[in-house]
Design a protein around this ligand. Sequence first.
Ligand code: AMP
Ligand code: ZN
Ligand code: FE
Ligand code: FE
Length: 312
Amino acid sequence: MNPSLAIESERARAQGEPVAAAPRSGLAGFADLHLHTLFSDGTFTPEELAERGRRLGLVAMALTDHDTVEGCGRMGRACASLDIEFIPGTELTAEYDGHEVHLLGYFLEVEHPRLLGEIKKFQTVRQNRIREMASRLNKLGVPLRAESVFELANCHSPGRPHVGRALVLEGLCSSVDEAFEKYLKKGRPAWVPKYKISALEAMDLIHQAGGLAVLAHPALNHSDHIIPNLVGQGLDGMECFHTRHTADMTEHYLKMAGRLNLAVTGGSDCHGYSKGKPLIGGVKLAAVYLEKLKQARLNRACRPRPAAANSA
Ligand code: AMP
Ligand code: ZN
Ligand code: FE
Ligand code: FE
């Protein structure tokens, strides 16, 4: 192993952080392929995020804001100016057989008309959901206006973290965690289920837009048994390295990815200061995995793209 990689692995192990395996080829460096900005529920601008990546020595970064690719243009330019490779992406919330799954799309054509059309629908659903959450809060005697959430979010993809922050800002909760615990968590009185497209539709959409579909943080969904079916429907990769994966989970999913011939990805899922401290830097994906992801992209490019009729 390259000595600097060995040192990084030892430091991560000592601090109980997930450790990305060292590259076996000559490919050096680390990537973070799961990042959010203020174009969804993160708090960093694309430029701030890219600058953080530079300071951490990342060689590649992917932007995966929820239901939007709007930040990709700025992030791409910021990364280019810092000599960091950039992968345009998004994170879609989907559903398979009653299980919620998050699908990351990578290498997307961010001007793809169908992708943009579908994203617009997801964003409308998100905005209506905020209105419904505000209405439920009002019925509980909590005077939060949906407009306050939209002003605070200042983006097209508002979500529960924005509702939580607005509740804190207006003095209606003492912390975002309290807001989730009291009102916003699944099953709490202001929780509103989110419409989810099927995993097949989400993967087809990603493939139509020239991208690869990767299952995000599988350990958080507790639904390993559906993964082979997702592979059968076109899944290209799995996020084995993630902030909330323990070393054992990572090992488990690396083995599964090997068995199912899936590309391996990883990322911090950094939301800036939205959930405590910024997570960027906590998960570093060895660059060799990125090269394999690019190979998977080439392989997929050789296949016909799915027809739009198959999609939502
Ligand atoms: P939504 O897409 O609107 O359902 O919101 C999901 C987002 O809320 C994800 O980014 C979660 O990580 C985030 N989230 C869940 N629980 C909490 C919490 N206790 N504090 C802050 N953010 C949270
Ligand atoms: Zn988020
Ligand atoms: Fe997620
Ligand atoms: Fe995420």
